[in-house]
Design a protein around this ligand. Structure first.
Ligand code: EPU
Length: 333
């Protein structure tokens, strides 16, 4: 068995029968076509909860890290290998003068996983710049290109997340801008840029503010194991939101196409969850939407903590919390 625990940022125990590393686009289809056993695709493991071990199959690690760019007027179309580090590419794109990813700076993980969750932060989602994805389709046993529409992006959701066994993403296609307009109206971005004496229209200054805010609130997974936000922010009806606002007038809430999105971290905080532990897992002291552990977490402790949090939020606010990271091998219920 091969131990992959250190390759996931929550560090739940994870052993697998075999691992196949994909290095380039030329050989990847042949390597993938040969695999007979059940497969899972593990990228940076930063949004991954391994809930059953060992895995009797093949773990695929798409380590392709090429970048190919083509100018299209004032835009640039970029094809990025799935194995490049996401933040590394964000920094590389800013340096090259390709804009649109500055709000997504410092998100952990690899490029290939970005479409799965439709990563998002500070008012921008991958879906706003992604034009498509090149993937291996295990069902068709062939390479396929999925358009943005075929990716069916939603809030922390996509066609890939709904069926983890269908595709192995090899390349992500983005359209970035060489003359960028910035998005600074989410949360504390504007005030952070102004306080630092930055320029609201400068993508590098936006990235610097995003990095500073993330570093102040979110634990570094290399130091404190975590998977970022553990629960999705619920989208509720206007009536439900009014009811919650009557309890907490300062509850942060944002318009959403399906209703109103509310800050679950704020409610967990109000319910007293910040800094609470159950066995080996707990709630981050700076951000109640983030669960953390001491480095040797147990699935049983995690299950108990999640069950207790959800039951309490349901009873207190009549609100159901949905788990955000990808659950592999089992579910937390
Ligand atoms: N808040 C509290 N107490 C807390 C946590 C949050 O009062 O313990 C308040 C904050 O002060 C703020 C509001 O709740 O007014 C929202 O908090 P924050 O801006 O930190 O963002 P979030 O809603 O908790 C979401 C994303 C994050 C993303 C940030 C910024 C989800 C599930 N999470 O978190 O994404 O970085 O917004 O855009 O949508 C991730 O997906 O892993 C992730 C970190």
């Amino acid at each position: 068995m091969i131990d992959l625990t250190a390759h996931t940022t929550f560090r739940l125990p994870f052993q697998a029968q075999s691992v196949v590393e994909l290095r380039d686009l030329e050989s990847a289809p042949r390597q993938l076509a040969q695999i007979q056993s059940p497969t899972v695709v593990l990228s940076g493991g930063s949004n991954w909860l391994q809930l059953a071990t060992p895995f009797q199959g093949t773990v695929i690690r798409p380590r392709l890290s090429h970048v190919q760019a083509t100018s299209v007027g004032t835009a640039v179309d970029v094809r990025i290998g799935a194995g490049m580090g996401w933040h590394e590419f964000v920094m590389q794109s800013l340096k090259a003068g390709w804009y649109g990813l500055e709000n997504l700076a410092l998100i952990p993980g690899w490029v290939g996983a970005a479409p799965i969750q439709n990563i998002g932060a500070y008012g921008v989602e991958l879906a706003s710049v992604c034009t498509g994805v090149l993937a291996w389709d295990f069902k068709a046993k062939a390479m396929v290109t999925l358009s943005r529409e075929a990716c069916e992006f939603g809030y922390r959701d996509s066609v890939f997340k709904r069926d983890l066994s269908r595709y192995c993403i090899l390349e992500v296609h983005l359209r970035l801008q060489q003359k960028g307009t910035t998005t600074v109206d989410y949360g504390a971005i504007r005030s952070a840029i102004e306080a630092a004496g930055g320029d609201l229209s400068c993508p590098q200054d936006v990235a610097a503010a995003v990095i500073a805010i993330r570093q102040s609130k979110l634990p570094d997974p290399d130091l404190i194991p975590n998977v970022g936000s553990f629960f999705k922010n619920p989208v509720v009806t206007h009536e439900q939101c009014e009811r919650l606002l009557a309890l907490h007038p300062e509850l942060p809430h944002y318009p959403d196409s399906q209703g109103v999105k509310i800050a679950a971290g704020f409610l967990l905080d109000k319910a007293g969850w910040r800094g609470r532990w159950m066995g080996s897992v707990g709630v981050h002291t700076e951000q109640a939407l983030v669960l953390v552990n001491q480095g040797a977490p147990s699935v049983d402790d995690l299950r108990a903590l999640v069950r207790t949090i959800r039951a309490e939020i349901q009873a207190r606010y009549d609100l159901s919390l949905e788990i955000e990271p990808t659950q592999v091998g089992d579910t937390l219920g």
